[in-house]
Write a protein that binds this ligand. Structure first.
Ligand code: ADP
Ligand code: ZN
Length: 740
């Protein structure tokens, strides 16, 4: 394991002439930048280049002057400079600092910053395809699939390969449709600029509270000095309206803005709002976006021809030219922490990037993370509060249903009391939502003959039945298999039973309880694509369902105006973990879910089914006393010396051989001088809670330190002692959010 120093961030020359030695950082997993000769015509520092590496050509960035430690005559030349603006110093510094913070090798950081295909291709025209005016003379299944894709995407055009792939047909099917005029083929420049947004269009008329907040944010953005504002306000208070004014301020100052959202499914509604506010749609960057579109966004952001990007966390690594504002909406959301590959928290990285380029950050949430709350308490972040819901909407009535007295049979989860409340809503023609934080049909499949529970072959995890997919799925590694007829352990047939509820099973129970109601089950794996899910959510907002059954996904920011009741099936679920953030997570989730109810003009109610109505977290939720909850939680963490009042790092060693993995862990635990020097403590090694994933054994160590010490530097020295054998790997998770 090597955490190489990538040199200090030097003052660089303006230009390298042909033949000068330059150090090129490539996306290949090398321990250093390699020397090359500058190509004919020279190149600038930061230039994106193509260089030879062995027999291959790879993408790289001119990182600085070459080291010159290699025979000059043998040094190879840069093949060519790509037609893209050089990487700006600000982004180079950001990548370096982010690498240092997360202990990530630089090539992996560069991969994050170049996640678009064909970056090096010269600008050119290409053939694209969209729906034509005619119908095919003869319809086949394959043809229908192509037309369905085109219709689903409206007036968008696709390349031949994209279209064929999306429809699951061969290119000749598309060509056949072109010949008949059902699909239209035309030339288009590869990358088009985004339509300009007009910040001078009028926004909504703001309430006094909102207007005061907007003024504060506008001033902060216009100052062009870094700062962070924690925008806190109950769901529906108009946080989005307020930060759109900050976006307007950035755009009218000629700067770019980035809005991060935690869920792809949320972007549809947001894009519509942006279009209504600024007259055109912004760029949309996330995993559901086509490769062609990614390339276009990457280039247009770099040229300043995309003013606003709405995206997932990786949008932080786009080559903005002049970034003036980053909004992190639902900033407490756990999906901002990337849990594989480069382990970073997009919220923290947003603050880092903004501090380097003089941008303002808005962290928006109804229920901020304790980290952000503490930063605001400490005066590092400015606090901005919106205390009431917009318009007639009021916060929902909160209540608990004590499950100890409801007497439900063990295979039912909707209590009589909750059922009665739903009945009332149905009678009034309103919507009700039942929430359970578990995907699939049932979390456990048990053999009634021998007691065996079906587990994953590669992980220490139970397989979860997904009845909709007719498969058992491992939620750790994604492995799935057909639902067996007989028990894999004792071969008894027909004795396998589903135990416990998942969202699909709850949907089934609801359909049985309310046979005349329209029940919509919202679970990400029940929809073929993010777009299909978006369409379903948009439909529900329009009233296509009476009862909505959902997982976590539905807790996040959607707007269902006719929803007046939320029932939380298992409010205790989050309280059981040993995770240090269990209470915080449950509190946030429950508040968010409850915030779905009563968003328009009808009052809402939220009911929590719980076996522990006396639990302090459940009581804080019911009382709606957030400040009190945060203070109590902060005090506990402070006493325990854990984040945000202390620092932690998780070390995860993994490999196919359990003894070897433990040996490595023990070696680290014994040789902890680098850590002791900064007063840090190491715990473990211990088998990880999920001790085997994808056939790899996992061992964890946990490092705890005081807040002010140089933890990363000590960790790098400490882990640098490891000599990893064979297929063993180590991952360092700074500020771990999950401990699986
Ligand atoms: P939040 O982001 O805090 O959940 P939103 O900004 O989404 O709140 O506002 C909730 C709803 O109220 C949205 O439909 C929004 O358009 C509406 N709304 C908020 N403020 C205003 C306003 N000043 N004028 C008109 N509608 C508003
Ligand atoms: Zn598995």
């Amino acid at each position: 394991m090597q955490f190489t120093a990538w040199g200090s961030i030097l003052t660089l020359p303006e230009f390298f002439d042909q033949g000068d030695l330059v150090a090129v950082l490539s996306t290949q997993p090398l321990g250093r930048a390699l020397d090359y000769k500058a190509p004919e015509g020279g190149c600038r520092p930061g230039a994106f280049v193509e260089v030879p590496l062995g027999p291959r050509k790879v993408l790289g960035v001119v990182w600085g002057p070459g080291a010159g430690d290699y025979d000059y005559a043998k040094v190879r030349s840069v093949i060519r400079v790509l037609d893209a603006p050089p990487m700006r110093d600000e982004l180079r510094v950001f990548l370096r600092r982010a690498a240092d913070y997360t202990l990530t090798p630089m090539p992996a950081m560069l991969r994050l910053a170049t996640r678009a295909p064909g970056l090096g291709d010269p600008p050119s025209m290409r053939k694209v395809y969209r729906r034509g005016g005619k119908e095919p003379t003869r319809m086949t299944d394959a043809r229908a699939q192509v037309l369905e894709v085109l219709e689903a995407y409206g007036d968008l055009s696709f390349t031949l390969k994209e279209l064929a792939d999306m429809a699951g047909v061969t290119a000749s099917v598309v060509k056949g449709l072109v010949a008949q005029g059902a699909v239209d083929e035309h030339d288009s420049p590869r990358d088009l600029p985004f339509p300009p947004l007009d910040p001078s269009l009028p926004g909504k008329e703001l309430t006094a509270d909102q207007a005061a907040g907007a003024v504060l944010l506008e001033k902060a953005v216009k100052s062009e000095v870094y700062g962070t504002t924690l925008l806190r306000g109950v769901t529906g208070s108009g946080k989005t309206e307020v930060y759109l004014e900050a976006v307007a301020a950035a755009l009218s100052a000629g700067r770019q803005a980035l809005v991060l959202l935690p869920e792809i499914a949320l972007t549809a509604e947001f894009l519509t709002r942006v279009e209504a506010r600024f007259g055109a749609k912004p760029a949309e960057w996330h995993s559901g976006v086509t490769m062609t579109e990614r390339r276009r966004i990457w280039r247009m952001v770099g040229q300043g021809n995309a003013q606003l990007v709405i995206g997932a966390r990786s949008a932080l690594f786009l080559p903005f030219q002049n970034l003036g504002l980053i909004v992190v909406d639902e900033e407490h959301d756990t999906s901002y922490k990337q849990e594989d590959g480069v382990l970073y928290n997009a919220r923290d990285m947003a603050v880092l990037r903004a501090s380097i380029c003089g941008a303002h950050v808005v962290l928006a949430s109804a229920t901020p993370s304790l980290e952000s709350w503490a930063n605001a308490e400490a005066g590092k972040y400015t606090r901005l509060e919106l205390s009431s819901r917009y318009g007639p909407a009021v916060m929902p009535q909160m209540g608990a249903i004590d499950m100890r007295t409801e007497g439900l049979p063990s295979d039912r989860w909707i209590s009589p009391q909750l059922k009665a409340e739903v009945d009332v809503r149905l009678e009034r023609g309103e919507q009700a939502m039942l929430f359970i934080n578990r995907r699939g049909y049932a979390p456990v499949t048990l053999c009634r003959a021998c007691g065996h529970q079906i587990g994953c072959d590669h992980c220490d995890a139970r397989m979860v039945e997904h009845r909709y997919l007719k498969r058992l799925v491992c939620h750790q590694c994604g492995e799935s298999k057909a639902m067996p007829e007989a028990c894999p352990s004792c071969d008894a047939e027909g004795r396998l039973a589903a135990v416990g509820p998942g969202v699909e099973r709850l949907g089934e129970e609801a359909t049985a309880l309310w046979p005349d109601a329209r029940v919509a089950t919202l679970s990400s794996d029940m929809y073929g694509s993010a777009r299909a899910l978006k369409a379903e959510i948009a439909g529900i907002a329009q009233g296509t369902a009476d009862i909505i059954i959902g997982t976590q996904l539905v807790a996040k920011g959607h707007n269902f105006p006719n929803l007046t009741l939320v029932g939380v099936i298992d409010a205790d679920l989050g309280l059981m973990g040993s995770d240090l953030r269990a209470a915080e997570r449950t509190f946030q989730l429950m508040r968010q879910v409850a915030g779905r109810a009563g968003r328009a003009d009808k009052p809402g109610a939220a009911l929590l089914q719980t076996y522990q109505p006396e639990h302090p977290v459940i009581r804080a939720i019911l009382a709606g006393n957030e400040e009190q909850f945060w203070k109590a939680e902060a005090q506990e963490r402070q006493q325990a010396g854990v984040p945000p009042y202390g620092r932690m790092a998780g070390i995860i060693l993994s490999g196919p051989d359990v003894a070897q993995v433990f040996d490595a862990g023990n070696m680290l635990a014994r040789n902890d001088r680098a850590l002791r020097e900064i007063g840090a403590q190491v715990f473990g090694p211990a088998p990880a809670p999920i001790a085997r994933v994808r056939g790899r054994h996992r061992v964890r160590l946990l490092v705890k330190a005081e807040k002010s010490v140089p933890l990363q530097e000590a960790l790098a020295r400490w882990i640098g002692q490891l000599r990893l054998k064979g297929d063993m790997r180590v991952a360092v998770d700074i500020d771990p959010q999950s401990f699986y």
